[in-house]
Design a protein around this ligand. Structure first.
Ligand code: ADP
Ligand code: MG
Length: 469
């Protein structure tokens, strides 16, 4: 043994850590397997670069301190990415891989054979994985929970519900869970949108002559290990039978401890077409929300995209795009793709000038201006000679109610906030109040078209005010 073979120390380090951390934290973040050592380093492997980044930011110092405690030396702990070929929960890791049975059936033993390479999942986009998912303050909690689920599907957080506005990474995160499970286990994974689920159900139930068709549908969905249903806000008004089936599927999978993940563009409580019992099922696990990324995260996303595509984009261009496109990641990507396409077309590198020129329409889009709700409330209050507190407060006199409803309506029109968030800004009101207010204004506009021009004037004033501050 060379002087610097630290394998035994590493095992001891993990034992020490296991005693200090709670079980779940240890299982989740200390899957760090010894690889080799050099004189000054202990090199261990991690399953993905996402995992590496998370461990580095949370535990790098802690790990090195623990190693120092045991070895008395200042060693660096180096994390090397090595995708795991085996599923950590089901496979006995002590045994060499060759000893695993070659077929994919559950042999009744502790370990399950895992094909070396599964062909890509038909319904999952390979690019929607954890390595390509940039984690920022806006999605940290959601991304960590998603990682935790891959470690402990069906148990840690079931169901897992991701909600957030369009283009904020719901589908990407959901599919990252699916891709991870697909690559690291034999789990059967179904990914569908709410629309596809509905259509498939109707197709099966509609064939009266083939009674077995329905059984086939039921069997398919109830025998899956992981069920991913995207965009559950798209279940239609007339989906009673589909939702009934979904309810039973949910219960069967839940009881069998099979992981379910759903995405939705608003809080479940705001979904009109779902039955109460389904809503309560959906909310009984963990719900996380995705917010629009902040400036730093937007830059990080563009850097990562440029890296993956092997493009060299100057920092100042990335800064410019990130500063001007703040709505969501999809818009950000759209702008980025426009730039790359242009650069390829003309065969020139992207400069600030080119970026400004090519993206001027995208930058000018009204969605891009970052307007705060307080600005909206201030301008509306001023316009009607009220105080901001009148708008946020509880008074119900007619001269206050209309401006308050208008301010809520405008907020929904020109920002990306959900009704729940808007309610919070308006003195902690319920989202149903916001929905009701918006409806009231829509009806008033119908009856009195001049109201619309008042609204347009207010929106103009709000934008002007916003550019001044
Ligand atoms: P949603 O389902 O919420 O509408 P998507 O998951 O389709 O949004 O994301 C839109 C695009 O933005 C996708 O191409 C996705 O890869 C990308 N994207 C979203 N969030 C991130 C992120 N945090 N890091 C990298 N790319 C992201
Ligand atoms: Mg989506």
């Amino acid at each position: 043994m060379a002087d610097w073979d630290y394998e035994i120390f590493w095992k001891e380090t993990l034992n020490l850590i296991q005693k200090e951390k709670d079980e779940q934290e240890f299982a989740m973040w200390f899957d760090l397997r010894y690889l080799k050592s050099t004189e000054n380093e202990v090199i261990v492997t991690v399953p993905s670069s996402f995992y590496r980044d998370q461990v580095q930011s949370r535990y790098q110092d802690y790990l090195e301190a623990k190693v120092r405690e045991l070895t008395g030396k200042d060693l660096a702990v180096v994390l090397e990415v090595r995708p795991r070929k085996t599923a950590p929960e089901t496979v006995n890791l002590e045994e060499p891989e060759e000893n695993f049975p070659k077929n994919t059936e559950n042999t009744g033993k502790k370990h399950i054979a895992i094909p070396k390479e599964r062909p890509p999942h038909q319904k999952l986009n390979r690019d929607y994985n954890f390595d390509k998912y940039v984690v920022g303050d806006n999605n940290k909690f959601a991304a960590n929970a998603a990682m935790a689920i891959t470690k402990n599907p069906g148990i840690a957080y079931n169901p897992f519900l991701i909600y957030g506005g369009v283009g904020l990474g719901k589908t990407h995160l959901m599919q990252a869970i699916g891709n991870y499970a697909h690559d690291n286990s034999n789990a059967k994974i179904i990914y569908v949108t709410a629309e596809d689920f509905t259509n498939e159900f109707i197709e099966h139930v509609g064939v009266i002559t083939h009674v077995n068709k329905m059984a086939e549908f039921t069997r398919k969905y109830r025998s899956t290990d992981i069920l991913l249903i995207d965009d559950i806000h798209l279940f239609g008004v007339n989906s009673t039978a589909t939702l009934e089936e979904l309810f039973h599927t949910f219960n069967a999978l839940y009881n069998a401890k099979k992981q379910m993940v759903f995405t939705c563009d608003r809080p479940v409580s705001e979904l009109k077409n779902l039955t109460e019992r389904l809503k309560s099922r959906f909310s009984q696990g963990l719900t996380v929300d995705l917010l629009p990324p902040d400036y730093e995260t937007r830059c990080a996303i563009l850097h990562k995209k440029a890296d993956f595509r092997g493009k060299n984009i100057p920092d100042e261009v990335i800064g410019l795009v990130s500063k001007n496109i703040s709505t969501n990641v999809r818009d950000l990507e759209g702008a980025f793709n426009t730039l790359i396409a242009y650069a390829e077309l003309v065969g020139r590198p992207i400069t600030l000038e080119i970026a400004r020129q090519q993206l001027k329409d995208a930058f000018a889009s009204p969605k891009q201006t970052n307007i705060s709700v307080d600005t909206i409330i201030r301008v509306v209050a001023d316009y009607f000679s009220l105080a901001m507190n009148d708008i946020k407060g509880k008074k119900r006199s007619q001269n206050i109610v209309l401006p308050r409803q208008l301010a809520m309506y405008i907020t929904r029109e020109i920002t990306e906030y959900s009704t729940t968030e808007v309610g919070q800004f308006f003195g902690g009101r319920d989202h149903t109040t916001v929905m009701y207010s918006c409806k009231q204004i829509e009806e008033r506009i119908h009856a009195d078209p001049t109201l619309d021009s008042t609204i347009q004037t207010l929106i103009r004033m709000i934008k002007e005010y916003n550019t001044k501050i």
